[in-house]
Ligand binder design. Structure first.
Ligand code: NAD
Ligand code: UDP
Length: 320
């Protein structure tokens, strides 16, 4: 008899978490979505509330919780620089105490646990593209370190619980991901540019726009996370991202052209420690998971623009 898997998704009401909940439910799992709604929204999971396979728990990950589950996807943590720098101490608590709480739970109920780590563990990388073997170049005392360093400690905790307590772990290093259900006020570059373009407001490039990022569409990312969770014999870390690398100026120009906006590009100061370049080496994911992204930036932007058009027109309601 095959039993239905019960899966915990922390941060399940957020951008990535809500898409993950959808895909898990569609694949026949029972899902417990845990969230404190700091950056997440009930709107993202409203369509799942009537589904008997879906359950929502308002809970802060900083506090321990006991649940009976088979798998844990640990996504709870603000991901936008604007939000993770709003209360940096809380960000560290969420990543570190939250990780300890989830690893304690995984150990106790013998659940497999996947941590949503980040390309930010590479900091401002001097190796390009970034391979999983690169140890990174992170400022430990800057405004981004509450996020970068606490995600690094979370990886350390994952490995130590694995070595010390044989907890079954998976570490995914996620690179910049975008798509529908990003919050209008998220503050990350793709949603900022689309919202500005649709509102006819200036497109705010930080610095001269020559810094690069590699943008992954959300459906590809979720596919990669689920493959990693369900693969055998691979703890990670594994890079999950789209190697297509663009300058921020190129992204601004593409957004203007796809929206047909009259918005003009303006320059704003470059935030401290903003990484100059970033591109994943995804050889490991390709070889071990048979995974690679399928959605090109232009295609993904068209979907995301359609979503924000509906959101801004009030057809999809987002909280202020
Ligand atoms: P998001 O801000 O939309 O989602 C984070 C979710 O976690 C929200 O629903 C929020 O309310 C919840 N949360 C925050 N603190 C919490 C706490 N203390 N207790 C309970 N819930 C809490 O961000 P996202 O883009 O969906 O990111 C999800 C995860 O993926 C994060 O861990 C992030 O670090 C990681 N990640 C995302 C990206 C990306 O590009 N989207 C890149 C690298 C890593
Ligand atoms: N950025 C920008 N304008 C914005 C928001 C961000 O030029 O309105 C830049 C930011 O300085 C960075 C890049 O876009 O160089 C990606 O920023 P984001 O906050 O999306 O992600 P991260 O820096 O964490 O990769």
């Amino acid at each position: 008899m095959t039993q239905t898997k019960r899966v915990l998704v922390t941060g399940g009401a957020g951008f990535l978490g809500s898409h993950l909940c959808d895909r898990l439910i569609a694949s026949g799992c029972e899902v417990i979505c845990l969230d404190n709604f700091f950056t997440g929204s009930k709107r993202n999971i409203a369509h799942l509330l009537a589904n008997p396979a879906f359950e929502i728990k308002r809970h802060d990950l900083v506090d321990p919780i006991l649940l009976e589950v088979d798998q844990i996807y640990n996504l709870a943590c603000p991901a936008s620089p604007v939000h993770y720098q709003y209360n940096p101490v809380k960000t560290v608590k969420t990543s570190v105490m939250g990780m300890i709480n989830m690893l304690g739970l995984a150990k106790r109920v013998r659940a497999r646990i996947l941590q949503a780590s980040t390309s930010e563990v590479y900091g401002d990388p001097v190796q390009h593209p970034q391979k999983e073997t690169y140890w990174g170049n992170v400022n430990p005392i800057g405004p981004r370190s509450c996020y970068d360093e606490s995600k690094r400690v979370a990886e350390t905790l994952m490995m130590d619980y694995h070595r010390q307590n044989a907890v079954d772990i998976r570490i995914a290093r996620i690179f910049n991901t975008y798509g529908p259900r990003m919050a209008v006020n998220d503050g990350r570059v793709v949603s900022n540019f689309i919202v500005q373009a649709l509102r006819g407001e200036p497109i705010t490039i930080y610095g001269d726009g020559s810094q690069t990022r590699s943008f992954c569409y959300v459906s590809d990312l979720i596919d990669g996370l689920m493959r990693l969770m369900n693969a055998e014999g691979l703890t990670g870390p594994v890079n999950i991202g789209n190697p297509g690398e663009f300058t921020i100026r190129e992204l601004a120009e593409l957004t203007i052209s796809l929206t047909g906006s009259a918005s003009k590009i303006v320059q704003r100061p470059l935030p401290q420690d903003d990484p100059v370049q970033r591109q994943p080496d995804i050889t490991l994911a390709q070889e071990k998971l048979g995974w690679q992204p399928r959605v090109a930036l232009k295609e993904g932007l068209i979907e995301t623009i359609a979503y924000f058009e509906k959101t801004l027109s009030g057809e999809i309601v987002q909280p202020a």
